[in-house]
Design a protein around this ligand. Structure first.
Ligand code: ZN
Length: 354
């Protein structure tokens, strides 16, 4: 929400984001569907390699979110990546869960917020410095790392009033959101994880001429062997070996080496190609070890703001803050996620006219 005295505030408590559950309702073995479906999350499993993951394909959803904001192109692309990552992680939650991804950094893009409500509702917005973004574009330094700069990425899970909240934090240090996701899973969850994110504009014929449409996609791969020692992380220090004894190098598990190698062959174009179905993409990657897919989940762009919620927020502000929000005899609040505007008479929210 914008408006004097308001802020996006997220509070941290604790549950866990680990061991993502896959919604089980298995599809019997068959040829991979050639039908490309947008705005879905498709969970999959490569059981011979102990791999699990999800493919995210976003068409109209990401276009609606980014088009409405009309941010500068590199900011829109970066927010699109954050949307894919959020959908990828948030879709692991159970019913009624909420997953919020938020960056706070010192770069031209100060903040990204993506809010996912299970089973498939997503909204997103960015805060940035117009001049610094324009300068970055002009200087050709508008990649994700340069736009974000230094700071942190927070991921908050809220599974309803009966469950604790959990917040995971990871440093952003001039890298991409993919880098931050890898760092998070390595340090906080100790699950070997590989993430790929892609966002692009395609030129498509439409009524009234061609226009650009945003598309986005991604794949998450995790190594979840039954024997936990197989998931050891190769680059952690092996420990306190006695002096003179060569420490055991811990090679990564072969299954995980193979999984990473396969997923690293994915081209950005394959993740967003409107003609390539998610199932065919998975088959292309994993036909040798064998892959099975589960029920896909739908994703849609929807904001959860409402007049009642904004009114309640205003009433929670101090008298002084409320009084200062009155302009031209009205209080006006615009939702930062969807641009909906809510107007109140001062007396409706207990504010005094100046
Ligand atoms: Zn809204």
């Amino acid at each position: 929400m914008t408006g004097k005295g308001s802020a996006l505030a997220f509070h941290g408590f604790r549950t866990t984001l680990a061991r993502m559950s896959i919604p089980h309702s298995e599809i019997p073995s068959r040829a991979p569907s050639a039908l490309a479906v947008d705005d879905i999350v498709l969970p999959f499993e490569v059981s011979s390699l102990d791999l699990r993951g999800r493919v995210v394909r976003l068409g109209p959803v990401v276009d609606e979110i980014l088009e409405k904001h009309a941010y500068p192109q590199p900011v829109a692309k970066l927010l699109g990546e954050a949307v894919v990552l959020t959908v990828m992680l948030g879709s692991a939650l159970k019913i009624e869960g909420r997953f919020i991804l938020q960056t706070q950094t010192d770069g031209p893009v100060r903040m990204l917020v993506v809010d996912f409500t299970a089973p498939g509702k997503v909204r997103a917005c960015a805060r940035f410095d117009k001049q610094r973004v324009a300068d970055a574009i002009e200087q050709g330094h508008a990649d994700a790392g340069a736009l974000l700069g230094q700071g942190h990425l927070a991921m908050t899970v809220d599974q309803g009033p009966d469950m604790n909240r959990y917040q995971g934090l990871v440093a952003l240090d001039g890298g991409t959101l993919e880098d931050a996701a890898h760092e998070y899973f390595l340090r906080s969850e100790q699950i070997p994880t590989k993430v790929r994110l892609a966002v692009a504009e395609e030129l498509r014929q439409a009524d009234g001429g061609a226009r650009h449409r945003w598309r986005a996609g991604g794949i998450l791969l995790q190594f979840l062997p039954k024997a936990p020692e197989r998931a050891r992380v190769a680059d952690l220090h092996p420990g306190d070996a006695p002096e003179g004894v060569e420490s055991h190098a811990l090679p990564e598990d072969e299954a995980w080496v193979e999984g990473q190698a396969l997923v690293s062959t994915v081209e950005d174009l394959e993740l967003i190609d409107p003609a390539l179905s998610s199932e065919r993409l998975l088959y292309r990657l994993f036909h040798e070890p064998g892959v099975r897919v589960f029920q896909a989940g739908d994703v849609h762009a929807e904001c959860s703001c409402s007049r009642d919620a904004v009114e309640a927020m205003l009433k929670s502000f101090s008298q002084d803050d409320r009084d200062h929000m009155v302009e031209d005899g009205r209080i006006s609040v615009t939702c930062e996620f969807c641009s909906a505007n809510y107007q109140f008479a001062p007396k409706d929210v207990g504010a005094n006219e100046q």
